[in-house]
Design a protein around this ligand. Structure first.
Ligand code: KIV
Length: 275
């Protein structure tokens, strides 16, 4: 099996308090999703600060239509795989839909499983103001929490689709209050997804914890991208907020066709590939 030959850079271990320090000193934070050992290992070696085992796992790796069906056991299973590939990055795992909304106590129990069984360092949950009590219980109990505001995909049925959020003055004001509530409850950061750049800029300057943007402009303290979008390995239409750095989808498909042709034409394996 081919191994990367690039030497590993000496990196520091990333912690939740260190990310707050990064914001203070103006160092941008880089976040990427990963759902398995190989991807996590590459991201960690590349010096990515935070690896998010996002519940987009359900769409990207499990083939679900959206993130609603993802279970806690699936999140734990994939977080464990990611954990084995990581030395320095902070591992944040998503609490999936239905595992934290009913009560702070249930949220604590499920978040603790992501840390104890999955090996995550922190959890992410979607929501702000109405989850302040939950965030407080988790952080008081020793679980670092990242919030997620704006287009929160677990609420897709409520939103009626994946739409930009926070456009009206009332919605923007509510999001600002949510951002402040997350900080007051002890969250160490928050994802801002699909909101106007002016609003994310305002939130970023008003809170002391890092904002991590996706489709939220350049003023956030960091950016997050979904693994499959970075590498063009998801069959859907490219999203406006995603940047494909290399189109591996096409390259992999081409390579698979070559492999299939060579086997069928008895070109592979050769003596070199035989024992
Ligand atoms: O699940 C996920 O991948 C996410 C990112 C889009 C922020 O929450």
């Amino acid at each position: 099996m081919a191994q990367s030959t690039t030497p590993e850079r000496v990196q520091e271990k990333i912690t939740a308090p260190r990310l707050i320090e990064f914001k203070r000193i103006g160092r941008k934070i880089v976040v990427v999703t990963a759902y398995d050992y190989s991807a996590a290992r590459l991201a960690d070696r590349a010096g990515i600060d935070v690896i998010l085992v996002g519940d987009t796992l359900g769409i990207m790796s499990l083939g679900y239509k959206n993130t609603i069906p993802v279970t806690l056991d699936e999140m734990i299973h994939h977080t464990k795989a990611v954990k084995r590939g990581v030395k320095n990055a902070l591992i944040v795992a998503d609490l999936p839909f239905g595992t934290y909304q009913a009560s702070p106590q249930e949220a604590f129990h499920n978040a603790a499983r992501l840390l104890k069984e999955g090996g995550a360092h922190a959890v992410k949950l979607e929501g702000g103001l109405h989850l302040a009590e939950t965030v407080l219980l988790l952080t008081n109990g020793g679980i670092p929490v990242m919030g997620h505001l704006g287009l929160t995909p677990q609420s897709v049925n409520l939103f009626g689709g994946n739409k930009v959020q926070g456009r009206s003055p009332d919605a923007a004001e509510l999001m600002l209050r949510s951002a402040r509530a997350l900080e007051d409850a002890g969250a160490f950061g928050m994802v801002l997804e699909a909101i106007p750049a002016e609003l994310s800029s305002q939130i970023t300057s008003e809170v002391g914890i890092p904002t991590i943007g996706i489709g939220a402009g350049a003023e956030c303290d960091g950016q997050v991208q979904v693994w499959n979008d970075l590498f063009g390995i998801y069959p859907g239409r490219p999203l406006r907020h995603a940047k494909c750095y290399v189109n591996l989808g096409t390259i992999i498909e081409e390579a698979l066709r070559s492999y299939a042709d060579e086997v069928r034409q008895e070109v592979f394996p050769t003596e070199e590939n035989s024992h």
